[in-house]
Design a protein around this ligand. Structure first.
Ligand code: DCP
Ligand code: MG
Length: 378
């Protein structure tokens, strides 16, 4: 059973920006801070430096939000239950998250990005895509810009970032992960297709564990396997995502960097291997979905007032139930309570439940993107 988070957003809000055409060369940088929350804690608390640190705590529902690289050597990672983490690394030091400190760094790095291009698409507090095809200082190579940005981040925040440089978003994101931490990696158009061919599809950003499992069942484990399938085959098995997979298997990704992306909702859903029938099973299955959504809300620093439960039955009939409060949902427990309250009246069931999903919408002022817009001087 797997659970993939998703965010929906409005289309590119700059209608004047033409969509890139096939063959139009672009220079994209993906910047991602290293062990972000943990690095901020080590910067602000010198006694934590060089030590295995996990950021977590009550607001994190007993899971690790992130771990310092010293802790990662013991196998501690994001989303791991704190108890498991402590077993793996008895010396692990737990630190409560300080979201205000992370937000402040996030604003600083976005200011640095803005020196180079207005085409910045933040993905969360610590990462963003930049389109530097035409950049403000007129620097010839994206690699030089990426190095300048990494140096400025180091000098101005005291933290390290990794960067990926390539000719589209998909490859830039893969590249930023390749030399982590404190690294830079460039995937040129010449390298792109071979790079994707060798990569396991489960490592592709945008292919979650459920899709990776489905691909495996179809005999697709690497980019090369994916490139061997026709677009019609991929559309037949993966619907609307089929053409996207067909493209990325060849190193092609035409999605533009969307600077004024307004997030509309944050959600997660799970299709079950076997249909659910009892209230107990459904309640238990809903809990990790809710946890995932809350985790995502925190990572994006976003809160919403509307909670929507989606249920797909065994016969594919789909229903939604929602609740809108006066104030944004303030905690994981509240989100869980509201989601379970939407689920409970659906019993007894006439047919099994095939899928459950939870979405938070009517997103509030805390949204970093909205924040940015409010600060624009008109
Ligand atoms: N985060 C979280 N829960 C997760 C994953 C991440 O709360 N399941 C938070 C803590 C991270 C931050 O988001 O510090 C950024 O996430 P990344 O995936 O970029 O991870 P890190 O920056 O911590 O490490 P890396 O060096 O691998 O980028
Ligand atoms: Mg990071």
């Amino acid at each position: 059973m797997t659970c993939a988070p998703f965010c929906s957003a409005s289309d590119d809000s700059n209608p004047l920006r033409p969509l890139p055409e096939l063959g139009t060369p672009r220079k994209i940088i993906h910047v991602d801070m290293d062990a972000f929350y943990a690095s901020v804690e080590q910067r602000d608390h010198p006694e934590l430096r060089g030590k295995p640190v996990a950021v977590g705590g009550e607001r994190m529902r007993g899971v690790v939000a992130t771990a310092s690289y010293e802790a990662r050597k013991f196998g501690v990672h994001s989303a791991m239950p704190s108890i498991t983490a402590k077993h793996k690394c008895p010396e692990l030091i737990f630190v409560k998250p300080r979201f205000d400190a992370y937000k402040a760094v996030s604003r600083q790095i976005r200011e640095i990005f803005a020196r180079y291009t207005p085409l910045i698409e933040p993905l969360s507090l610590d990462e963003a895509y930049l389109d530097v095809t035409e950049n403000l200082p007129g620097i010839a190579t994206a690699t030089a810009i990426a190095e300048e940005i990494r140096a400025a981040i180091k000098a101005e925040t005291g933290l390290t970032a990794s960067a990926g440089v390539s000719y589209n978003k998909f490859l830039a994101k893969i590249a930023s992960d390749y030399k982590k931490p404190d690294g830079l990696f460039v995937i040129t158009p010449k390298m792109g297709p071979a790079f994707v061919a060798a990569l396991p599809v489960r490592k592709f950003h945008g292919i979650g564990p459920a899709t990776a499992a489905k691909m495996k069942a179809l005999g697709i484990e690497t980019g090369r396997d994916l490139a061997d399938r026709t677009q019609a085959f991929l559309e037949q098995h993966f619907g609307k995502a089929g053409p996207f997979y067909y493209g990325i298997a060849r190193g092609i990704d035409l999605r533009p960097v969307r600077p004024n992306r307004v997030r509309k909702s944050i959600g997660a859903e799970t299709t079950f291997v076997a249909d659910l029938f009892t209230p107990e099973d459904a309640r238990a299955a809903l809990a990790p979905i809710v946890a995932k959504v809350w985790d995502h809300c925190q990572r994006l620093d976003t809160r919403g007032r509307t909670v929507t439960l989606k249920v797909k039955y065994a016969d594919f009939q789909q229903i939604t139930r929602s609740h809108t409060g006066f104030a944004p949902v303030a905690s994981a427990e509240e989100l869980e309570r509201l989601s379970q309250a939407l689920l409970a009246p659906l019993f007894p069931l006439m047919k099994g439940i095939r899928l459950l999903g939870v979405t938070v919408s009517s997103l509030g002022e805390d949204d970093p993107d909205t924040d940015r817009q409010l600060h624009l001087t008109l």
